[in-house]
Design a protein around this ligand. Structure first.
Ligand code: COI
Length: 429
C-alpha cells in the first residue's frame, strides 16, 4: 500500500518520490536499482530542517548601521549569519521546485537550476563555523564562486519556463518566477554585502597597519563601511550614468552616428538622494530606458526613409521626492503599449516575449551584440526585464506602475522608499 502511495506521489510533483518520510517502505528502497533514493531521503530530512525556518529579514538601514563600526568580531558574526541564513532561503526555493508538476520539474533547464540550488545549499550549510579572518576569506571565496556559477540561473529559468508554457498555468508560472527571483535577489544581496564588507575590511587593515600580512587586525581597529549599499545615492548622477551607457549601446546596435540616439532629459529634483543598492536601481532604470529607447527607434524606423535622428522625440526622466519616497517617471513618445498587451506586461509566460528564448543570445539585436563577458551583466533581461524590475522595486518596499497612452507613449513610475527602513519584502506573488 505504501508503495502504491509512493508511486502516486511520484507522478504528482517533481521529486516528491523521495519526500515521503512517513513511509516505512523507505528501507526497501535501498535494494532498488536507484541507489540515490536513500541519500535523497536523508537529504530531504535535512531540507525539512531548514525549510521549516523563516528567513531572518534585514533592512538597508540595518546593513548600513552594521558596517558603521566594523570590527573583526562583527565581520565574523556577519559571516556566520550569511552562512546559516543562505541555506534557509535556498531550501524554500528547493521546496518550490519539488512542488512543480513532475513533468515541469524534470525539464532539463529547470533541473539544472534545481541541481545548482542543491549544490549551493549543501556547500554553504556544510561550511564550518567561521572563527577567524582566514576562515572568512575561504568563505567569501566559496560565495563568490557560487555567485558566478549562479549567473546562468536567469537564462536557464527563461528557457525552462518557455518549455513549460503548456504544462503550468500562466499564474503558476508568474508566482513561481516571482518567488524564485525575489529569493535570488535576497540571497545575492546578503552574499555580495558580506563579500564587499570583508574586502573593505581587509583593505582597511592593510592601509592602517601598512603590513602585507592580513592575519591580524590591529587592536581596537574599527572602520565605517557600507558594502554594496549607498546611504545617500545621488539619483540624478545614477540616471545620467545609465543614460550615457544606453545611448551608446543603441547607437551601436542601430548603426546610428555618434550622439544621435534619442536624448534623455533628466529633470525635476536633481538634488534628491536616497538609500539603496545602486546596482538594483540601475537594473530598473536601464530596463525602462531600454524599452523607451527601443519603442522610439522602432517608431522612427517605421517612418518612410528610416530613422531620422533629428526627429526622434526625447525621453523625459523626472525625479520627485518627499521625506519618505523618491519617484522617478520615465516618459516616452514611443507609441505606447496597446490595451490588449497591457495586462500581460508583468507576466513571465507571455510567449511573444519568450519567442527567441531558444537562443538567448538573440533576444534582440541589442542583446545579440553583447559579448560573452558581458552576458552575466545585470543589464541583460532575457525577456524578463520588466517583471524582474518590479520585483527589484518591491523587494525594497517600492513599486513600478506603467501607464500607457496607446498610439502616443508610455509613462513608467518607479517609487522607492528613501530611508532604507523597510525590511526585505520576500513575499512577492
Ligand atoms: C543565487 O545566485 O541564486 C544564489 O543563491 C547565490 C548564493 C549561492 C551565493
Amino acid at each position: 500500500m505504501c508503495l502504491k502511495k509512493a508511486r502516486l506521489f511520484t507522478v504528482g510533483t517533481f521529486h516528491n518520490s523521495f519526500a515521503i518520510p512517513k513511509c516505512p517502505l523507505q528501507r526497501n528502497f535501498a535494494s532498488l536499482p536507484n541507489r540515490n533514493l536513500n541519500q535523497k531521503f536523508y537529504e530531504n530530512r535535512v531540507l525539512d530542517r531548514y525549510s521549516s525556518q523563516d528567513a531572518k529579514k534585514v533592512s538597508l538601514r540595518q546593513l548600513v548601521l552594521f558596517g558603521r563600526q566594523l570590527t573583526e568580531d562583527k565581520l565574523l558574526s556577519s559571516a556566520n549569519y550569511v552562512r546559516t541564513e543562505l541555506p534557509v532561503r535556498i531550501s524554500h526555493r528547493i521546496r518550490d521546485f519539488q512542488s512543480l508538476p513532475y513533468i515541469a520539474g524534470t525539464n532539463p533547464h529547470m533541473r539544472l537550476v534545481y541541481d545548482l540550488y542543491w549544490q549551493a545549499f549543501d556547500e554553504i550549510r556544510k561550511f564550518s563555523q567561521i572563527r577567524s579572518l582566514d576562515d572568512n576569506r575561504r568563505f567569501c571565496k566559496m560565495l563568490s564562486r557560487n555567485l558566478g556559477t549562479h549567473s546562468q540561473v536567469i537564462p536557464q529559468l527563461g528557457l525552462g519556463v518557455n518549455e513549460c508554457l503548456t504544462l503550468i498555468t500562466p499564474t503558476e508560472i508568474d508566482q513561481f518566477m516571482n518567488k524564485m527571483l525575489v529569493a535570488r535577489i535576497s540571497r545575492r544581496t546578503l552574499a555580495e554585502q558580506h563579500i564587499a564588507l570583508s574586502n573593505q575590511f581587509d583593505e582597511d587593515i592593510l592601509s592602517v597597519s601598512g603590513e602585507s600580512s592580513l592575519d591580524h587586525a590591529p587592536l581596537g581597529f574599527s572602520t565605517q563601511r557600507t558594502g554594496i549599499v549607498k546611504p545617500a545615492c545621488d539619483i540624478a548622477q545614477l540616471l545620467h550614468g545609465c543614460a550615457i551607457k544606453i545611448q551608446a549601446q543603441f547607437e551601436d546596435a542601430y548603426d546610428l552616428p555618434p550622439d544621435t540616439a534619442p536624448q534623455i532629459v533628466i529633470e525635476g529634483n536633481r538634488d534628491a538622494s536616497f538609500m539603496c543598492v545602486p546596482d538594483n536601481i540601475e537594473y530598473i532604470v536601464y530596463e525602462l530606458l531600454k524599452n523607451s529607447m527601443r519603442a522610439i527607434l522602432k517608431k522612427g524606423q517605421a517612418n518612410k526613409g528610416g530613422v531620422n535622428a533629428d526627429a526622434l522625440p526625447p525621453i523625459f526622466v523626472t525625479i520627485c521626492s518627499n521625506d519618505q519616497d523618491i519617484t522617478i517617471r520615465v516618459s516616452d513618445q514611443g507609441g505606447g503599449i496597446p490595451y490588449e498587451i497591457l495586462p500581460h506586461i508583468w507576466s513571465y509566460s507571455n510567449p511573444e516575449k519568450l519567442h527567441c528564448m531558444d537562443n538567448f543570445n538573440q533576444v534582440n539585436k541589442l542583446e545579440a551584440k553583447v559579448s560573452e563577458s558581458e552576458r552575466t551583466s545585470p543589464f541583460l533581461s532575457f525577456g524578463f526585464g520588466l517583471p524582474m524590475s518590479r520585483v527589484y522595486a518591491q523587494y525594497w518596499g517600492g513599486d513600478i506602475v506603467i501607464r500607457s497612452l496607446p498610439g502616443y507613449g508610455v509613462d513608467a513610475y518607479i517609487t522607492l522608499p528613501r530611508l532604507g527602513t523597510m525590511v526585505e519584502n520576500l513575499s512577492i506573488d
